[in-house]
Design a protein around this ligand. Sequence first.
Ligand code: BTN
Length: 250
Amino acid sequence: MTTEVAGDQLVGLSRYGSVYLLDEEGSTNDYALGLAGKRATAVVVARRQTKGRGRFRREWFSDENSLTTSLLLFADAPDFPRPSFLVHLAGLALARAVEQTAAIATQIRWPNDVTVDDKKLAGILCEGRRNAVAVGIGLNLNQEQLPEELPDAVSLRMATGKQWDKFYLLENFLREMYASIEKAGKGESAQILADIKQRSSILHRRVEVQTLLRKHIGTVIDLDPEGRVVLRADSGRLVVIGAGDARRVR
Ligand code: BTN
């Protein structure tokens, strides 16, 4: 168990589920999904994560200065958002949480990276097993520098010159995430999508989108109600893309 969380913070976190504070774990997403049989929402935080993975099964860098956490939710809960939309809700909630914590402007690089000045601050990996969904967050928090293999990444400390409390940020994220889920459940997804579009760093930009199968180059003309990219490809064709990696090009 980690001891770095204050009692009142623990009480705050426990509003959102059973709290598991782990010293070392392979992947908090795996740990969270392993709790699914308990049928209760959970918040898992690891001080060190040894086998963290990113989207498309890429290795995910983290150290003790990172926030590595997973929120376990259940997709069969009443009014639960579609899993494809949940990914986007999580990006918005995290972008807002960072802003509330550190008063710094954030953007969302589709589908759900949180960036600061186009550098990646955090990534999100949503994974499901039957009705359980783990929303995994990896955020570079207090590193003074990051490995040189990650030239396009930034930590919150590097961006602000200050150290931040990971549990304070986490509580801000959980509050925002649950508020967005509730909003979506009340049929207010259009408002959420508008907020996501406002923060999007690729909307109306020329991008290259790499999917599992191919690469598309063109201009993003919209995000559809599912949060998918609507791209006017250079060939003139309109392409709708549900999953991939986007980067801006000239
Ligand atoms: C990405 O941008 O590729 C997503 C990265 C997600 C990393 C987090 S760290 C906590 C959780 N556990 C994992 O193994 N991955 C996610």
